[in-house]
Design a binder for this molecule. Structure first.
Ligand code: ADP
Length: 163
């Protein structure tokens, strides 16, 4: 099994920025588990299954064999990580504005499970402006989202906004 890391997020839907982090973290660890975290207090655009499927399609299309995709709806991230025997939690950072929240989460997670390290990867410059919500806004307004999301998921996302 080797070194395992967990990369959590809402992935509603997965963007090219997320995928860039998946590729880079996947190269650092033997196994990377991309974890779709369902936040019951937050309304989502795509269902949990759709989000998992889109990540799986992207991973498959790029021939990444050490990436697993799972979802969690209840329970603490650090408990999930512990259960999977993961050594690290992966987070992406886009801007200073991401920092404060992620810093707080990393510290509380360390308090809960000191043996699990949070590892931050800086966004690639070309994706620093990218978020799931900006992708959805463009798609909703019928703009071109190619390049912003994995190519294999393009139709699925566009179809969601066709009426
Ligand atoms: P979003 O903010 O796009 O809704 P998520 O909650 O799904 O994203 O984010 C999951 C993780 O991916 C977080 O650690 C977030 O910082 C990171 N992330 C999101 N977009 C990017 C990007 N463009 N580049 C690098 N990391 C990103």
């Amino acid at each position: 099994m080797g070194m395992i890391a967990v990369y959590p997020g809402s992935f509603d839907p997965i963007t090219s920025g997320h995928f860039d982090i998946i590729e880079r973290a996947g190269a650092m660890f033997d196994t990377l588990v991309v974890l779709v975290a369902i936040n019951s207090t937050k309304e989502s655009t795509f269902s949990c299954d759709e989000r998992v499927e889109m990540i799986r399609h992207a991973v498959h299309a790029h021939g990444l064999t050490n990436i697993q995709v799972d979802s969690i709806s209840d329970g603490l991230l650090v408990d999930y990580a512990e259960q999977r025997k993961a050594k690290a939690i992966i987070k992406g950072l886009r801007a200073v504005s991401d920092f404060e929240y992620e810093f707080q989460m990393a510290l509380i997670n360390r308090r809960l499970r000191p043996e699990i390290e949070t590892v931050f990867l800086m966004t690639s410059a070309e994706y620093s402006f990218l978020s799931s919500s900006i992708v959805k806004e463009i798609a909703r307004l019928d703009g071109d989202i190619s390049g912003l999301v994995p190519q294999v998921n393009l139709r699925k996302i566009q179809a969601h906004y066709e009426s």
